[in-house]
Design a protein around this ligand. Structure first.
Ligand code: PTJ
Length: 242
């Protein structure tokens, strides 16, 4: 559908269209439409802008990703449709793998997501292995790749809900998430929660990473040490309720 640029809700409608195209192309699950609608509602309440709490979390995420020994990027159907290109760029900047990890299990969708990411130049796209799993998780999301999430010290998980963030933490990993709902289990469990729309925060995260890549370890550690995710979530909830 062609959306006129003059439409007052142009950006929102364009993003919605991207998700619909993702479903049509076998990348996004049909359930992804519902997840997107939920996100839209929170974004509307947040004024569809990146708040200070979002920027602080983005800066801390960049510092953590740059200083991690072995970060990995987890990709699902919604993230691929909305920010697939940026995730490939992030993987190149950090020289780290992308790993497909979807909730609504489908081998076809996994392959389509991989093809999509490779079309944008992704070098390392891993799929989950039935022979390798993390502990403390019941769903098929427990299956991971031994050279990806399994090996990672920090996992970047844009946009999902559920018990995986908690399980990853219990497996000794740091978790960075982007989620418009500060009350979700993922938001509450993550090491760093960016409460913002992934379409706005990904380009910002990339900019911060480019800057912080030039800084030394002490500088990065100083950003991480003052960061407090509980405060960030509290401020995000306050913004939602006012
Ligand atoms: O591709 P799959 O099978 O792994 O499925 C992925 C989805 C997203 C469908 C699955 O993880 C799911 O069902 O997610 P939930 O439980 O609906 O949660 C999605 C979370 O993402 C909610 O907290 C939404 O508020 C949030 N969200 C949705 N769209 C955005 C978002 N957060 C940031 N930016 C968005 N654009």
């Amino acid at each position: 559908m062609k959306i006129p640029k003059t439409h007052p809700r142009y950006q929102s409608l364009k993003t919605r269209e991207q998700i619909v195209v993702g479903v049509k192309n076998g990348i996004t699950s049909i359930h992804g439409l519902l997840a997107h609608g939920r996100g839209e509602a929170f974004d509307y309440l947040l004024g569809e802008k990146t708040h200070t709490f979002g920027k602080k979390a983005i800066e801390a995420s960049a510092a953590l990703l740059v200083s991690s020994r072995y970060p990995a990027i987890s990709v699902n159907g919604n993230a691929c449709a909305l920010i697939g290109k940026e995730l490939v760029e992030l993987s190149g900047l950090l020289n780290c793998p992308l790993e497909i990890n979807i909730f609504h299990s489908s081998k076809t969708r996994e392959k389509n997501i991989r093809k999509y990411l490779e079309r944008y130049g992704a070098k390392q796209v891993f799929l989950p292995q039935k022979t390798c799993s993390i502990l403390h998780l019941g769903s098929n999301r427990k299956y991971v790749n031994k050279n990806g999430i399994y090996k990672a010290d920090t996992v970047f998980v844009p946009l999902e809900d559920g018990d995986r963030a908690k399980a990853l933490i219990k497996n000794g990993k740091k978790v960075i998430t982007i989620d418009l709902n500060p009350l979700s289990r993922t938001s509450q469990a993550a090491t760093i929660t960016i409460v913002d729309n992934i379409i706005r925060s990904m380009p910002l995260l990339i900019t911060y990473i480019k800057i912080l890549k030039t800084k030394d370890a002490n500088f990065l550690a100083s950003i991480i040490s003052v960061y407090n995710n509980k405060n960030i979530l509290r401020n995000a909830e306050k913004a939602l309720r006012t």
